[in-house]
Design a protein around this ligand. Structure first.
Ligand code: PGA
Length: 273
């Protein structure tokens, strides 16, 4: 899409605003951390204590599979799986019913690290379909590898969104969250890589909304939370929320209790505005 056309489309969405009624969604993607069950229990204890102390905060955490059962999900602390499988039989596979049995309510699909390991747009589309049919909330990750001056990355993100949602109906859209995670902004584990500016995140949110409006119509499309991921940390969280994203997918900073709790407090304060 040419930048001029994008500007018009975005102005159109801006005029109508977002009608997302939910608060700020903060998801902690632990990836392959921490290295022991003991340390996982420590983190969970600290997050539970933070929730008990501050009723305004709420979090979704995505521990590795072996630690999912260590969490008792509650209103302020929901569970997310980092992945799952659809093929059967598959040695080492994890199914949606297994996750539901553990009271998991969100799953991440299409994370760039999985895409880099060969997950295709088609496979991502199938996974999104299976997870939405299983009534789980699906966090669909999209994002370009790099940026160029001609704006080609908008086309990349559009294609990822449309492939992931290929079989998702308008009524199933309530279970979709889109995480815009530009690969160039994802940290190497400390939450301190290059970060998108609030304006960059805002512009991409509006663009994704435009794509969704084209497929589902305004009312359903503008209810889909569009969150940002890529080096979110306590120092940049507040500014990024100024870009009107609906929340964060946090990697590196989500396994540092103080940092994650600080982001949760920032989100809670922002959500109340
Ligand atoms: P990061 O990771 O916050 O460490 O950049 C985000 C992600 O990969 O989801």
């Amino acid at each position: 899409m040419a930048r001029g056309e994008l500007g018009t489309a975005i102005a159109n969405i801006k005029q109508h605003g977002t009608i997302s009624a939910m608060g700020i969604l903060v998801i902690g993607n632990w990836k392959m951390n921490p290295g022991s069950r003991k340390d996982a229990l420590k983190l969970i204890k600290l997050f539970n204590a933070a929730c008990a102390k501050n009723k305004n905060i709420s979090a979704v955490i995505a521990p590795p599979f072996p630690y999912l059962s260590l969490v008792t999900p509650k209103k302020q602390l929901k569970l997310c799986a980092q992945s799952f499988d659809v093929e059967m039989p598959l040695t080492g596979g994890i199914s949606i019913p297994m996750l539901k049995d553990l009271k998991v309510s969100y799953v991440i699909v299409g994370h760039s690290e999985r895409r880099a390991h060969g997950e295709t747009d088609t496979q991502i589309g199938v996974k999104v379909t299976v997870a939405t049919q299983g009534a789980l909330k699906v966090v669909v990750c999209v994002g370009e590898k790099e940026r160029d001056h001609s704006g080609k990355y908008f086309g990349t993100v559009e294609a990822q969104v449309l492939a992931a949602l290929k079989n998702v109906t308008r009524s199933q859209l309530v279970n979709i969250v889109i995480a815009y995670e530009p690969i160039w902004a994802i940290s190497s584990g400390d939450g301190r890589g290059e970060t998108a500016t609030p304006d960059t995140a805002h512009e991409m949110k509006l663009f994704i909304q435009k794509v969704l409006v084209g497929k589902y119509g305004r009312a359903a499309a503008l209810r889909v939370p569009i969150i940002y991921g890529g080096s979110v940390n306590p120092e940049n969280a507040s500014a990024l929320l100024g870009g009107e994203v609906d929340g964060f997918l946090v990697g590196g900073a989500s396994i540092k209790a103080d940092a994650f709790i600080s982001i949760l407090k920032t989100a809670a304060a922002y959500g109340k505005k």
